[in-house]
Design a protein. Sequence first.
Length: 226
Amino acid sequence: MRLIRSKGVGVYFVTQNPADVPDKVLSQLGNRVQHALRAFSARDQKAVRAAAQTMRDNDTLDEEKAITELGVGEALVSCLDEKGRPGIVQRAFILPPEGRIGPIDEAQRRQLMQTSLVAGVYEKAVDRESAYEHLKARAEQAAAQAQAEAQAKEQARAEAQAPAGGGGSGLGGVLGDLLGGAVGAGGRRREGVVEALAKSAARSVGSQVGRAIIRGVLGSLLGGRK
């Protein structure tokens, strides 16, 4: 009963004796319509007391005595109000159900709908977003964000591995790196073949010129030949 009520489903229990309904179920019932009970035995008297005690008390009415005095068409009625609170039990007459044989015409149908207690409540269709739709949209958004982050990381990694200065690719880029040098990992620049040969030649020339100058100076100082 607790699970069913939590889902907004109504259940009706109809019995001649309230003792047939377990206490755990009886405590979950909202609207109550109690007809007459005749307390001829101890069990019947217990059922009368149980039925009277489960209704919201009315100071002006002895529920236990009234249950045994109800006539045909009479009942003790306790219903929930618009805020879901149980109403004070009242002694009331029950109107017999009204019906007819055969369908009603369209004019009678419109009149019944306009005078209904729920007129204007259920005419407008409302298609609210379900929890599944909310979770699905959230999951799609998270997946798109993760994909965008992965693409950004991949692009950043590719840019970090690419040579600085927009070096060319293919055979021309390889020859350019070999001849003119390139930037390696960590931003350090590697010398090319041409730069290495030029520096080696400069060191060789510098060494020969230095040796010639030193020999000339020493020869002048020591009196040797020019």
